[in-house]
Ligand binder design. Structure first.
Ligand SMILES: *[C@@H]1O[C@H](CO)[C@@H](O)[C@H](O)[C@H]1NC(C)=O
Ligand SMILES: *[C@@H]1O[C@H](CO)[C@@H](O)[C@H](O)[C@H]1NC(C)=O
Ligand SMILES: *[C@@H]1O[C@H](CO)[C@@H](O)[C@H](O)[C@H]1NC(C)=O
Ligand SMILES: *[C@@H]1O[C@H](CO)[C@@H](O)[C@H](O)[C@H]1NC(C)=O
Ligand SMILES: *[C@@H]1O[C@H](CO)[C@@H](O)[C@H](O)[C@H]1NC(C)=O
Ligand SMILES: *[C@@H]1O[C@H](CO)[C@@H](O)[C@H](O)[C@H]1NC(C)=O
Ligand SMILES: *[C@@H]1O[C@H](CO)[C@@H](O)[C@H](O)[C@H]1NC(C)=O
Ligand SMILES: CC(=O)N[C@H]1CO[C@H](CO)[C@@H](O)[C@@H]1O
Length: 372
């Protein structure tokens, strides 16, 4: 027994430091779109996370159309073993008209996501349905999937997983917070059974940056990249989520904004030819100059060691519709926090080269035959 214990100790000591034995059971919730929204999923696969399921939620696109994008990607990548669930197709309270009325008073958003004006010409060309067409499905350019989403709702699925694996499930939430908010309100034990949620949203003190000149290497204006659209499209859901008693809430959106997809990152990724990188070479090119928003929020779960600086602060979201701050996030320390607000881990700094050293190989991986 002593010899065996000794051998185990030696084997453990020889494990490469890069291996992330910590990645456990994960649900990835996103507003899946056509281009490259699947890259965060590849990070979790590359880190050997057990992906319990993929959920689809509104923000840039409506959730049904988003589910078809991610299903088609799973087909292309030969990943037929991860179930897809459709979550909230629309925000809790917000509507196209309500958001337009707010914007008419307080200023227009640079990006309106699913709430952008309908364009039938664009829909016919395979664009994602917008405006008041939350149930419309178009012929997406990647090809219409034959795989189907599950009949169970994403809300019920999240709750079921929280009870099946109490204290073990981690959630990457990179779309609007609506599906997670519904799970919180449907089941009072849901949030406290979730080990960790990593949120792409909750930007703080970014208003001045929105008025900076946009750097030439960045595709979208600063007004847009520093707009917290996942929270703005559904402020009430965002408040429910940051007020919920998750074991840990990690706010990982804002830290990612300076880190763009560069031509060098793109070239290195597609230099290895696989079915996935072939598709990235087509669909990721348009992301050059765009922040690695969702990728870094997923990276915090896939590679927690990338976080080099964070702080624990109380967080809340303004839900006063008749306010210029509707949907904006506020942080505080005791005793100045709003009632019902909760502590979050706000990520302030990451080791980007460490991130890339795991991220690029994850995009080049082959997950077709793996069963998790
Ligand atoms: C993931 O698992 C594969 C197969 O067991 C292994 O080769 C690889 O090193 C693991 N990667 C990480 C990051 O743990
Ligand atoms: C609708 O989309 C088409 C095709 O992209 C574009 O040419 C046209 O300008 C759009 N119309 C509006 C009103 O934005
Ligand atoms: C969903 O339900 C329908 C009707 O019962 C069934 O035909 C279909 O196979 C189900 N889908 C999945 C993915 O189980
Ligand atoms: C983009 O340009 C800005 C301003 O010139 C620079 O500070 C930043 O490092 C560049 N970012 C990338 C990812 O190249
Ligand atoms: C990326 O590849 C393109 C096409 O081969 C080339 O024009 C460009 O210079 C490369 N950029 C970098 C930064 O490697
Ligand atoms: C919130 O975090 C602060 C700073 O770490 C800590 O002092 C405080 O006790 C925490 N509050 C709760 C309710 O956990
Ligand atoms: C970042 O991570 C790399 C490993 O990928 C390491 O060599 C480097 O020292 C780290 N930098 C900092 C500032 O922690
Ligand atoms: C394996 C696979 O389906 N690859 C597809 C990737 O996307 C391109 C279009 O950009 C298709 O031609 C490939 O068939």
């Amino acid at each position: 027994m002593l010899a065996l214990t000794f051998l185990h100790a030696v084997a453990a000591a020889l494990l490469p430091a890069a291996v992330n034995a910590a990645c456990g059971k994960v649900i990835i919730d996103n507003d899946w779109s056509g281009s490259s929204s699947y890259t965060p999923l590849l990070e979790l696969l590359g880190a050997n996370c057990t992906i319990l399921g993929i959920t689809s939620t509104v923000a840039n696109v409506y959730a049904y159309q988003g589910a078809r994008h991610i299903l088609r990607f799973l087909e292309i990548a030969g990943i037929d073993y991860i179930p897809v669930y459709v979550g909230a197709n629309e925000p809790l309270i917000n509507t196209v008209e309500r958001s337009a009325a707010w914007q008419a008073v307080f200023g227009a958003f640079t990006w309106d996501g699913a709430f952008s004006p309908d364009n039938a010409t664009l829909d016919a060309q395979g664009g994602d349905p917008t405006g008041n067409n939350p149930l419309e499905l178009t012929n997406i350019p990647e090809g219409v999937p034959t795989m189907k989403w599950q009949n169970q709702s994403a809300v019920d699925f999240m709750i079921e997983m929280a009870h099946q694996y109490p204290g073990q499930v981690e959630i990457v939430a990179a779309g609007a917070m609506t599906t997670v908010a519904l799970a919180i309100k449907q089941d009072p034990y849901f949030a406290s059974n979730i080990k960790r949620i990593s949120i792409q949203g909750g930007y703080v003190d970014v208003n001045l940056k929105q008025t900076d000149p946009t750097p030439a290497n960045q595709t979208f204006p600063n007004d847009d990249v520093y707009a917290d659209f996942n929270f703005f499209i559904d402020p009430e859901a965002a408040k429910i989520v940051v007020n919920a008693p998750f074991q840990e809430t990690v706010i990982a959106g804002q830290v990612s904004i300076p880190y763009l997809v560069t031509p060098a990152i793109f070239n290195e990724t597609i230099s290895m030819v696989t079915p996935i990188t072939q598709n990235l070479s087509t669909y990721w090119a348009s992301s050059i100059g765009t922040p690695l928003w969702d990728e870094i929020a997923a990276g915090v779960i896939a590679y927690p060691e990338i976080v080099t600086k964070s702080r624990v602060v109380y967080m809340d979201v303004d839900v006063a519709y008749d306010s210029i701050f509707y949907g904006r996030t506020f942080v505080a320390v005791a005793p100045f926090q709003p009632v019902n607000s909760r502590n979050v881990t706000f990520v302030e700094q990451i080791n980007f080269s460490s991130f890339l050293s795991s991220f690029i190989p994850a995009l080049q991986g082959n997950y077709a035959t793996r069963r998790v």
